[in-house]
Design a binder for this molecule. Sequence first.
Ligand code: NAG
Ligand code: NAG
Ligand code: NAG
Ligand code: NAG
Ligand code: NAG
Ligand code: NAG
Ligand code: NAG
Length: 505
Amino acid sequence: MIEYIVIFLILTTGCESNVFSVTFDPKSIISTTSKQFVGVTLDTGLLRVRWDKLDFRSPKVLTLAKGLSPYSKTYLRLGGTAADFCTFTLSNNTSRNTKKLHPGRLSKDDLLFHLKRNKHKNLTEFFMTGITWDEIHEFVQKAKLDLIFDLNVLKRTKDQKWNSTNAIELLKYTQGRGYTMAGWELGNEPNSFHHLNSSLNVTAESLGGDFFQLSKILNHFPEIKGCILTGPSTTQLNKKPTIKYFSDFMATEGGREVTSPNFHQYYVNGRIATVDDFTNSEVLDSLQDELRTGNRIIEATGRKRKLWLGETSSAYGGGADGLSDAYVAAFMWLDKLGISAKNNVDVVLRQSFYGGKYALLDATTVDPNPDYWLTVLYKRLVGNKVLNVISSPLSGDVRFYAHCSAEGFPQGSVTVYGMNLLSKGVNVTFPQFEGQLKIYLLSAPNQNLKSRFVNLNGITLEMTSDTSLPELTPRSGPNLLFLPPFSYVFIVADNKIYSKSCLDT
Ligand SMILES: *[C@@H]1O[C@H](CO)[C@@H](O)[C@H](O)[C@H]1NC(C)=O
Ligand SMILES: *[C@@H]1O[C@H](CO)[C@@H](O)[C@H](O)[C@H]1NC(C)=O
Ligand SMILES: *[C@@H]1O[C@H](CO)[C@@H](O)[C@H](O)[C@H]1NC(C)=O
Ligand SMILES: *[C@@H]1O[C@H](CO)[C@@H](O)[C@H](O)[C@H]1NC(C)=O
Ligand SMILES: *[C@@H]1O[C@H](CO)[C@@H](O)[C@H](O)[C@H]1NC(C)=O
Ligand SMILES: *[C@@H]1O[C@H](CO)[C@@H](O)[C@H](O)[C@H]1NC(C)=O
Ligand SMILES: *[C@@H]1O[C@H](CO)[C@@H](O)[C@H](O)[C@H]1NC(C)=O
């Protein structure tokens, strides 16, 4: 089912003031996402640098990771370009079993050991040891994360088929250690391998065969199999050759084994993006067409599969410095979640938890960026059933989404979230809501859209302890709300049953 993004807003013109009226249809659920709708990624490239400053043993990192899972576990996808250059190895691990490696504190030996790259490109093979795999699993278990691992599809035989030998070694090791997995992925952006090296080319048909092979192999490892097989992990569906690649792959034998068809999506180029791009409603709308295309292709296969955004963020190329890591990144992130949920996307994997300017955590201090807090609020407040927002007329700059509230609220509660992309404040009313509502209004400190911080109801959010997140406290307010310029808001109406469709049956 393809849902058009239609947010109707009633514009009532009073003497001086405009009031946007937001209403929703309480009777029907227009789509249901996974309970693990919002996931995160780490780039396999981090293995080359021993996770950089992300110390898995740091209490702060653990607190921040756990903060993402108030109810259900959070997917962690470990993948990316480097996945197709990564070899699992069991050698050289005995001497290291006793030595605790401290990420961020890299000895020359560690570097030589983990790193085999040439001077000009990082596109050379490197190793992931059993110990590193142990570290990852120790972390995901403690942090309530659910691991999806991207296997190396560039291990190929002479006749251009996937050589699964190394993947089987990893599976055997994983089984031997008793680890569980959420799922697997094979390759990263295979439609654009030739951009990495002009002699690389894995066709959609060939990739289909590789996925078929992988799905058969996974059946031999029922204990660790995980239920997810995701692919083809193409670049975004806005160019004909990419759409054709995605579509051709989905039609193959292997494509039919995929449980979660996915593509990657970024709005803009990080090197040239401006603050205006980040608040431009047309830029936000561009995702709509790509989701529609993906859904159409999946529907054509006749299989009941739901689309994933397998790797997605604001700006490609590592993010836009000073924007992807700033307050203003919220509009792309929140709107992406809204549009995706409404368009039947099952899971959205945010690039990244750590690493790059688009990360939820700062590259150097590992403190939360503004989008971290947005993500935590979304997970705490927004449930996985989507309601249809119906009001009018259409306005691209004031946009709202409605869901049943998250599990922590009484059944029948509704959470509405949205944003004001205008440089002037607007009044918004929610005529279906009564009494006092829980309001989480997010705004930029000193109206600085490039701030590295975000205010919740006027108070700047910061980590004050390594072992717990600060309180994220709503204020009470009526159903008429002033939304300042460039602000966004979550409103929880939990004081009566607002939607019978939100009652669990
Ligand atoms: C919002 O509503 C308040 C109170 O009703 C009014 O004073 C104000 O002018 C309105 N602002 C806008 C931008 O419409
Ligand atoms: C590496 O560790 C694994 C598991 O502890 C073990 O099975 C394997 O034999 C070790 N490899 C070497 C070369 O010591
Ligand atoms: C293991 O260590 C030896 C000696 O340091 C080195 O020559 C070899 O390349 C290493 N093997 C792998 C797979 O990293
Ligand atoms: C290779 O990777 C390292 C570590 O991530 C990075 O510092 C370096 O800039 C990269 N080199 C190139 C040419 O991308
Ligand atoms: C697959 O890779 C392994 C090394 O991991 C190698 O020994 C084997 O010969 C390869 N098989 C084919 C068919 O290329
Ligand atoms: C490109 O791939 C070919 C074949 O795999 C390899 O020989 C060559 O070294 C690669 N070039 C670069 C720049 O990595
Ligand atoms: C990859 O291979 C396919 C089929 O052999 C061919 O049609 C396509 O042009 C190739 N792409 C590149 C970039 O070489």
